[in-house]
Design a binder for this molecule. Structure first.
Ligand code: FAD
Ligand code: SIN
Length: 527
């Protein structure tokens, strides 16, 4: 096949908060290819509701933010990383304000809301659609820059490294990537530095707050090029996703609980206090497990979020988007409790990266939700991830600008499509997608056991074998590319879970209910 090949100084894959800000920082220094497999709206950033954490309140301090993050992280956070990110919170939010992000204000200053695990009001927000506001601000800057070429609807298939070209001298270094274009042809983009900012992997589960794009592509691609992954068992379940027959995977922001909404069962009992004295504002792992436990104990489909006490004025002022979307479904949180269940929300693990996004592969950086820097440990504190995306974008661009790439402009081979047979049917792709998501939801959910993990492992092996037989003989399309990544990421999550012989933060095992005295990251390295 004749593969179109283009060269840029910088290749950024993913245009959520992490990718957009990196593009903005690098553009004055060279040409940037910013590539996204869909539209900006198909990103976790666009969906982010509650806000972004930063210290502004006179009674608050960086030390408090650090302490809350470490406490939520259940001993697994990297304290130096937590400190450096918390220190940048105020400045990053200030910078976003200067660029035009419409954060809510009250009187002279920002309005700060609260979320679970935060000891102070610390969350800057743009009503209940903070990610959209931040992303649109960054997007408007990025679109104006002549050095940035924005490719939409181009999906990265795989990275190319020096080892793929047979250059085994020196460290394996990343040269660029292959992409499937909207016309179904393949192109390659080479660059001096490649940044993966491809977001999360919530789609591994049947019920998730994440949009369609969250299929773990960056984590899978990085693993296939030789990168270590860390703490992949630490999937965060958000306590309050809407339970509705339409299947709408809509989030009901933790800020609702921060402002006083209660969690109740169908008899009106505020059951979370039976589990933790902090009640609705305990960290997410605690609240999600309490809801899961009550649903199972009482044999119900869901529990309820009761926001009636907030009053109409506050609901309309601070939560207009959530209110509107609920009303579209015939639900009114001003007058009745809303049915909720926990759903997969955020992957705290990912590609083992420094704060600057450095990985095991030279000239390859992984930032944002795809990365695992050690900030979140065993459980992410709410609203710390947008902040991590922005601080990583800043640190990563500085690192890239101070690093000379060791590889010149190398031509990478044309895409090899020998042996591809015309497409017959897509039912196997759908079947495998559904199987992975069901296996993960049933066996690798909020509560795990050795038996469940063994069962998940066995089934995922069969699915992976089927995909391997199918993948290289079938014309590529987005579903197939994502399916292969989803299966790999699911497998990495199970393998990591099997390595952790304790219960800590988001990983709860009935076979190992205790927490070990020493906290240790789970790391897997490709052979
Ligand atoms: P994303 O924003 O997910 O962007 C990744 C992009 O990469 C996507 O556009 C995707 O299309 C693209 N991509 C993926 N694979 C490929 C590929 N193979 N080829 C090309 N492009 C690709 N965090 C907070 O701090 N505060 C909040 O209030 C908050 N609320 C949230 C609410 C919801 C409903 C969700 C789902 C998450 C929320 N989070 C929140 C988490 C936070 O939004 C994310 O962690 C963060 O936005 C991730 O940003 P990112 O840039 O790493 O990835
Ligand atoms: C929310 O608004 O509840 C999401 C916040 C987060 O995930 O950080």
């Amino acid at each position: 096949m004749n593969t179109q090949a283009i060269h840029y100084d910088y290749l950024i894959i993913g245009s959520g908060a992490a990718g957009l800000l990196t593009a903005k920082y690098l553009a004055p220094h060279g040409t940037v290819a910013l590539v996204n497999k869909g539209e900006f709206s198909d990103s976790n950033t666009y969906q982010a509701q509650g806000g972004i954490a930063g210290v502004f309140d006179a009674n608050d301090s960086i030390e408090n933010h650090v302490a809350d993050t470490l406490k939520a992280g259940a001993g697994l956070c990297h304290e130096d990383v937590v400190q450096r990110i918390a220190e940048r919170g105020g400045a990053m939010i200030q910078q976003l304000l200067t660029w035009g992000t419409p954060f809510d204000s009250r009187g002279e200053g920002l309005h700060l809301t609260r979320e679970g695990g935060h000891s102070h009001r610390r969350i800057a927000h743009a009503k209940d659609a903070t990610g959209k506001a931040i992303g649109e601000t960054l997007l408007s800057h990025v679109k104006q820059h002549k050095n940035i070429h924005f490719f939409q609807h181009h999906i990265a298939i795989d990275l190319v490294t020096s080892h793929h070209l047979g250059c085994f001298q020196g460290k394996n270094s990343c040269l660029g990537a292959y992409f499937l274009k909207p016309d179904s042809k393949i192109m390659s983009i080479t660059a001096k530095h490649t940044v993966l900012a491809t977001g999360g992997a919530g789609k591994v589960y049947m019920y998730t707050s994440n949009p369609h794009a969250a299929t773990g592509d960056g984590i899978a691609m990085a693993w296939r090029t030789g990168c270590t992954v860390r703490n992949m068992e630490m999937m965060q379940f958000h306590p309050t996703c809407l339970f509705h027959p339409s299947g709408a995977s809509m989030l009901l922001s933790e800020a609702l609980r921060g402002e006083g909404a209660h969690l109740i069962d169908d008899s009106g009992h505020r059951f979370v206090f039976d589990y933790d004295e902090r009640g609705e504002l305990a960290p997410r792992d605690v609240v999600a497990r309490a809801i899961d436990h009550e649903i199972k104990k009482q044999g119900k489909d869901c529990m309820f979020l009761d926001a009636q006490g907030l009053g109409e004025t506050l609901i309309l002022k601070q939560f207009p988007n959530i209110h509107r979307r609920l009303m579209d479904l015939g639900l009114d949180m001003r007058t009745s409790p809303i049915p909720i269940v926990p759903a997969a929300h955020y992957i705290c693990g990912g590609v083992a990266s420094s704060l600057a996004g450095e990985t095991d592969v030279e000239d390859l950086y992984v930032i944002g939700e795809s990365a695992c820097t050690g900030l979140h440990g065993a459980n992410r504190l709410a609203s710390n991830s947008l902040l991590e995306c922005l601080v990583m974008a800043e640190t990563c661009s500085q690192k890239i600008l101070n690093t000379t790439s060791n590889h010149g402009h190398l031509l990478i081979p044309a895409w090899n499509d020998a042996g591809i047979v015309p497409e017959q049917e897509r039912i196997q792709i759908k079947q495998n997608w559904d199987e992975i998501r069901a296996v993960m939801s049933h066996y690798v959910g909020i509560v795990r056991s050795n038996l469940r993990l063994r069962r998940a492992k066995r089934r995922l092996l069969v699915v992976q074998e089927e995909i391997a037989n199918f993948y290289w003989r079938h014309p590529l399309n987005r579903d197939l590319i994502e399916l292969r990544n989803l299966a790999l990421v699911a497998d990495l999550m199970v393998r990591s879970a099997q390595q952790r012989h304790e219960s800590r933060g988001l990983h709860y095992s009935t076979d190992y209910p205790q927490q070990l005295p020493v906290a240790k990251d789970t790391e897997l390295t490709p052979e």
